[in-house]
Ligand binder design. Structure first.
Ligand SMILES: Nc1ncnc2c1ncn2[C@@H]1O[C@H](COP(=O)(O)OP(=O)(O)O)[C@@H](O)[C@H]1O
Ligand SMILES: [Mg+2]
Length: 274
């Protein structure tokens, strides 16, 4: 009898590089519908096929159980039946048992305490930026004994969250971590996302929301009251005209006192003769 050959679904180059590599942790910041979930579905199934043994656990974590169930249904539909021994579809306990005994389990990250205890051989945190850091701590602990790999995928959602901080560390070259960004422009170039849809989203959504969801550019978490678009509109070459108004930020103890001079047209000027 001929041996069965596993075939990975066709992914575009950025997807394969971001997810299928030897790094233990991969942080992927991706635009909406750039193919993060589909790549991780292929990845977790592959991990379970190649590392799976009787009772070994492979986990898919989403912010809430109904989102985890979406991935369950997609994997259920997509997985080659050759690999499947049993599928359990009970609500809240969705899992797939492979012929090698590996269990791919779909869970909510809402209650981090419920994630402790198992030894997990590989895990995906889908929509990681929408989960609390406690879920990450829990998942990390389940991967300790096995030295299992973790794939963290999500949209950009401001800067003040654990996903953004983690991916910054990965980008800076933290050992064992890789960071990749996949924007809607990459997905358009790869032919999996229609340009018209991108243009429509740009028109329909507020600029800051569009930039986060489609271009992976973080907003300022409300720390900037004017919004980045106003600041962008006001960037101009430095003026040499006479200043007519000054603004001051007096430093009380830690940083610098700053004086900002504007000319009659409202541009920043370096002319200090007044
Ligand atoms: N390499 C690919 N080839 C063909 N279709 C793809 C590919 N990657 C993603 N897609 C399709 O693009 C859509 C969005 O993918 P998904 O993984 O759900 O995106 P995300 O999780 O990033 O929002 C899905 O319909 C998926 O089947
Ligand atoms: Mg997704």
């Amino acid at each position: 009898m001929a041996a069965y050959v596993y075939q990975r679904p066709k992914l575009y180059k950025l997807q394969s590089e971001a997810f299928f590599n030897d790094f233990r942790y991969a942080w992927i910041e991706g635009s909406t519908k750039s193919g993060k979930t589909v790549s991780c579905m292929a990845w977790i199934v592959e991990q379970a096929i190649f590392l799976g043994k009787e009772g070994r656990e492979f986990w898919w974590i989403a912010p809430i159980s109904s989102v985890a169930a979406i991935a369950f249904n997609r994997i259920k539909r997509g997985i080659d039946p050759y690999f499947v021994r049993r599928i359990i579809s009970s609500k809240g306990d969705e899992h797939i048992v492979l012929i090698n005994g590996a269990v791919i389990r779909f869970k909510s990250g809402e209650n981090a305490d419920s994630l402790y205890g198992e030894n997990v051989w590989a895990a995906v945190m889908d929509e990681a930026s929408r989960m609390r850091v406690e879920a990450f701590y829990a998942i990390r602990s389940t991967l300790t004994a096995t030295r299992g790999k973790l794939r963290l995928i999500g949209n950009v959602k401001g800067r003040k969250n654990w996903f953004y901080i983690g991916r910054r560390k990965a980008e800076a070259g933290e050992q064992g971590h890789i960071f990749r960004k996949i924007t809607a422009l990459d997905a358009v170039a790869a032919g999996v996302f229609p340009q018209e849809e991108l243009d429509d989203a740009r028109r329909a959504l507020p600029d800051a929301v569009f930039r986060e969801l489609y271009l992976c550019e973080p907003s300022d978490d409300g720390g900037n009251p004017f919004g980045l678009s106003f600041i962008r509109q006001n960037i101009a070459p430095l003026s040499y005209s006479a200043p007519i108004v000054f603004g001051g930020d007096l430093a009380k103890s830690v940083d610098w006192t700053v004086l900002h001079a504007l000319d009659a047209a409202g541009f920043t000027t370096s002319n200090t003769r007044f």
